[in-house]
Design a protein around this ligand. Structure first.
Ligand SMILES: O=C(CO)COP(=O)(O)O
Length: 256
């Protein structure tokens, strides 16, 4: 594989947090003031869906707005769902799919997640596809198998990987304060890239961003981003705080 410069990506997954006041204040006080090189770093912020319009209105600074989910179905009789076509129509260019909270709390299967990625791709949305193992799976030595099974399910339905960003989020590191060590994260990212090379294409392996997520904060971002296969972060808790700026800065300042 050639080494190519991939644009780094910092995603803020706000989960089911925030209010309209928070969206406006955080946009004005933090997000819109972040100084970064847009040729090097991309920022994507994902508020809850009823805050998307306000996020579009208040968040500037070349920051993309993302949904936190999109439907596995087209428009139709699917109560409570928001379709990829409706998001695209609303001017939303990104969606987060397969987050472990949806896989584990809401029971989304690998195949169901893959159906969502397929439809999102058909409507031109960029997808941050989340994968990752539980602690039990890691301790059983199944980390790579779990991750590649999740990726295989997407591969079975999606040919074009150019709009897919992968987020490796070990479930045991999410919201726990336990970050994967730099070595643990790099090891998995390297194997995900090797999977892309073998199963999608060399081009996909070279170009696909692989983000790390799980207790990323201002204190560990500098070290994690030094790794050759870590192309940015998907940040939960720290993306709701002013320290998000330092995480973007860590990506902006790294030389790879
Ligand atoms: O789930 C995550 C991002 O999608 C990570 O959450 P935390 O950064 O809060 O651990």
């Amino acid at each position: 594989m050639n080494s190519v410069a991939r644009k780094l990506l910092v995603g803020g997954n706000w989960k089911s947090h925030g209010s309209l006041k928070f969206v406006k204040n955080f946009a004005n006080d933090t997000l819109n003031k972040i100084v970064y090189d847009t040729s090097k770093v991309e920022i994507v912020i994902a508020p809850v869906s009823i805050h998307l319009k306000d996020a579009q209105e208040h968040i500037a600074n070349n920051i993309h707005i993302s949904a936190q989910n999109s439907s596995a179905f087209e428009d139709g009789a699917y109560t409570g769902e928001i379709s990829a076509s409706q998001l695209a129509n609303f001017g939303i260019g990104w969606t987060i799919l397969g987050h472990s909270e949806r896989r584990h709390i809401l029971g989304e299967s690998n195949t169901f997640v893959a159906s969502k990625v397929k439809i999102a791709d058909e409507y031109g949305l960029n997808t941050i596809a989340c994968i990752g193992e539980t602690l039990d799976q890691r301790e059983a030595g199944d980390t790579i198998k779990v991750c590649t099974d999740q990726l295989d399910a997407i591969r079975a339905q999606v040919d074009d990987w150019s709009r897919i960003v992968i987020a490796y989020e070990p479930v045991w590191a999410i919201g726990t304060g336990k970050t994967a060590t730099s070595e643990q994260a790099q090891e998995v990212h390297e194997q995900i890239r090797a999977w892309l090379n073998e199963n999608i294409s060399e081009e996909a392996a070279n170009n696909t961003r692989i983000l790390y997520g799980g207790s990323v904060n201002a204190g560990n971002a500098d070290e994690l981003i030094q790794n050759p296969d870590i192309d940015g972060f998907l940040v939960g808790g720290a993306s709701l705080k002013p320290e998000f700026e330092s995480i973007v800065k860590a990506c902006n300042d790294v030389s790879k």
